[in-house]
Design a protein around this ligand. Structure first.
Ligand code: MN3
Length: 204
């Protein structure tokens, strides 16, 4: 059975950038539903029980056909949200926002030409993504950093990319506070990025 992970901070900890009500609905309702529906799907195929969600998402093409879409959507929803919670940090912790350090900063500078260039590229991709989905910073199979967006709950690990940072672009992630102002949500979100965690993801 897959379980809803506990948030590493309280629902109101990301205020004022992400409000407590949005965080609670997002985690306790949306994320919880992905977990429940993933469990329903896997219950139909007991031979898959015990696999990590990562392992399921990395082998979608060999999933039994009757649950492949459910695993992609709900397994992806479970993995993506679990990952998303960890790459944010409460502003009060002093660990949110700012910029990456060390080898990650070097790699970003080498790939994009500088942190500000990367930031505006990621912002442009996130703002320009049509409909529901996620913006990602990933490392591809060749080791190269990439900024892209994926639709729905598609996960980069299904296309053999290692996720480093992500932003949820579904309206449920921001609509209560920002309504249709996705650009403002993105701009504010930079203040709570946990660069230490993103650096650890890069070092893996
Ligand atoms: Mn979401």
């Amino acid at each position: 059975m897959y379980e809803l992970p506990k948030l590493p901070y309280s629902y109101n900890a990301l205020e004022p950038y992400i409000d407590a009500q949005t965080m609670e609905l997002h985690h306790a309702k949306h994320h919880a539903t992905y977990v429940a529906k993933l469990n329903e799907a896997i219950a139909k195929h007991p031979e898959l029980e015990g696999q990590t969600v990562e392992s399921l998402l990395m082998s979608l093409e060999t999933m039994p056909e009757d649950i492949r879409t459910a695993v992609k959507n709900h397994g992806g929803g479970h993995f993506n949200h679990s990952f998303f919670w960890t790459v944010m940090n409460p502003p009060a912790s002093g660990g949110g926002g700012g910029m990456p350090q060390g080898v990650l900063l070097e790699a970003i500078t080498k790939t994009f030409g500088g942190f500000d260039v990367f930031k505006s590229e990621f912002t442009k991709v996130a703002a320009g993504h049509f409909g529901s989905g996620w913006a990602w910073l990933t490392r591809d199979a060749a080791g190269k950093l990439k900024v892209n967006s994926l639709p729905n709950q598609d996960s980069p690990i299904s296309i053999k990319e290692m996720p480093l940072l992500t932003l949820d672009l579904w309206e449920h992630a921001y609509y209560l506070k920002y309504q249709n102002r996705r650009a403002e949500y993105i701009e504010n979100w930079w203040n709570i990025v946990n660069w230490e965690k993103v650096g650890n993801n890069f070092g893996k």
